[in-house]
Design a binder for this molecule. Structure first.
Ligand SMILES: [Zn+2]
Length: 173
């Protein structure tokens, strides 16, 4: 008996693509310990989440993560937010409650009904040398200050892919 060849069967090809499988038999099982669910992702975007610092991942490129997603983190009472493991965030205790969000535009959420206008942390951009950011070099000060004023999280999360973050070793906290 000859079995039909489904490798080129269009509906199956589409299904494999939508699962992120590059070839037949290649796909990653959903693991809720490592992957954010759709509900978690929408919550992080819309409301943010208050979590103890130790729940976050210290990605090796010095950005912050939750499972397989990069995040912005901030303290409720502060006027800034962080995208990297700068000296400010390194000084926080591991049990510190921090707001975590993936929102790319506008004010960062503090729950379902609140949001706050905040500025990106200069220490974070310095640590990442983001787009050549450097407040320690005289010739770059004006450029770097301008970069803070016009900072776009949307652009940041394109350069440092928001989701999914794969194959990035974690530093030990
Ligand atoms: Zn910072």
């Amino acid at each position: 008996m000859k079995l039909p060849n489904f490798t080129e069967f269009e509906p199956f090809k589409q299904l494999r693509l939508s699962m992120g499988a590059r070839k037949a038999g290649h796909f990653e099982l959903f693991n809720p310990d490592k992957h954010l669910t759709g509900k978690e992702r929408s919550e992080l975007d819309q409301q943010g989440k208050l979590l103890p610092l130790h729940r976050l991942k210290y990605y090796a490129d010095t950005t912050w993560g939750l499972k397989n997603t990069r995040v912005a983190i901030y303290l409720e009472s502060a006027s800034d937010y962080h995208l990297a493991q700068c000296k400010v965030t390194q000084a926080w205790e591991v049990n510190t409650s921090v707001w975590v969000s993936t929102r790319r535009t506008g004010n960062l959420p503090l729950g379902a009904h609140l949001a706050s206008s905040r500025q990106v942390c200069a220490d974070c951009l310095q640590l990442l040398n983001y787009k050549g950011f450097d407040l320690q070099k005289n010739r770059k000060i004006a450029y770097s200050k301008n970069l803070i004023q016009n900072f776009s999280r949307e652009e940041f999360f394109r350069i440092y892919t928001l989701y999914p973050v794969q194959g990035l070793a974690e530093k030990l906290a």
